[in-house]
Design a protein around this ligand. Structure first.
Ligand code: ATR
Length: 270
């Protein structure tokens, strides 16, 4: 039996067990996939216990992705760039850490939303952990450039500097965003938690794809995009399923078909 799990806090809301169980049906592979609630200071303890009990791999969600990075013995290049791990695999008693968030987003943009990222101008709002997790994968698709805007400009300047080895990216403050339209706007801030959105000029998203990494609610950013003539508005549900599919493939070497699962999960979430 392949034993998997997701570790987080909180964890009750997690859709990962349902998504992975659907993937396993496609290949008639028997798996178990459980939710593990770890107290904030106890990630390593719970991760070790799961491995000792025969776990073959697990996902890591908030707030433990950085703990999982330190816990891993070997890191993939995606995990190193992200500074965070969302997927752990145990192979030959070695703990391997991977991060599938960035490629999950890119797969959603390309496969499900039919966006070609080459030569596109992409504005990312926010310079926290979520942004750090997606920058490498987007830059590897060779956009014309990534504009990285953050409320605290020194954080976007630092991230832009750190990721410039992967492609063209420039960082600045939210107040320096021009009203000129770009091709894609990605909201990677956590402003929705307070029911807010970053202060953005409306002209920016005219004819653009506006993408929020959040899913399960229509965020203030998504409402703003609808009211400001965005060409397309998407939440991050497709990214959730795509990053899970990449984890499944990392563990079991099988690439699940995601589109039917996205529709299924959408019915449950909406
Ligand atoms: P995550 O892991 O979700 O990225 P984080 O690392 O705490 O969380 O980063 C949150 C991001 O949302 C930051 O870029 C933060 O901006 P600051 O760096 O200036 O704090 C951004 N953010 C949160 N609330 C915001 C708001 N009301 N307006 C604009 N940006 C906001």
């Amino acid at each position: 039996m392949n034993r998997f799990a997701v570790i987080g806090n909180p964890i009750n809301h997690s859709l990962s067990p349902m998504i992975h169980n659907e993937f396993s049906k496609e290949f008639s592979i028997e798996i178990s996939y459980e939710k593990i609630l770890a107290p904030i200071e106890k990630f390593a303890l719970h991760a070790e216990k799961f491995i000792q009990n025969g776990g073959s791999g697990f996902n890591i969600t908030l707030p433990f992705k950085i703990d999982a990075y330190s816990f891993s013995e070997e890191l993939t290049s995606n995990a190193k760039a992200a500074g965070a791990v969302n997927t752990i695999k145990i192979e030959n008693n070695v703990i391997f850490g991977e991060n599938t968030d960035g490629t999950g987003l890119v797969n959603d943009l390309e496969k499900n939303l039919n966006q070609n990222l080459i030569d596109k101008e992409i504005l990312i709002i926010g310079a926290g952990g979520a942004t750090q997790g997606i920058l490498k994968a987007i830059l590897e698709k060779k956009p014309e450039k990534i504009l990285l805007a953050n409320r605290t400009s020194k954080k976007s300047l630092k991230l832009a500097n750190d990721f410039s080895k992967f492609g063209k990216v420039c960082g600045f403050g939210l107040d320096q965003i021009k009203s000129k339209p770009v091709d894609i706007v990605i909201n990677a801030t956590s402003a929705w938690i307070d029911g807010e959105m970053p202060n953005l000029p409306g002209g920016l998203c005219e004819g653009a794809l506006c993408y929020d990494l959040m899913y399960g609610i229509e965020t203030p950013f998504m409402k703003w995009a609808h009211h400001n003539s965005a060409k397309m508005v998407s939440d991050g549900l497709g990214m959730l399923v795509e990053q899970a599919a990449l984890s499944f493939n990392y563990w079991l070497g099988k690439k699940p078909n995601t589109s039917s699962i996205i529709s299924l999960i959408r019915e449950i979430v909406d």
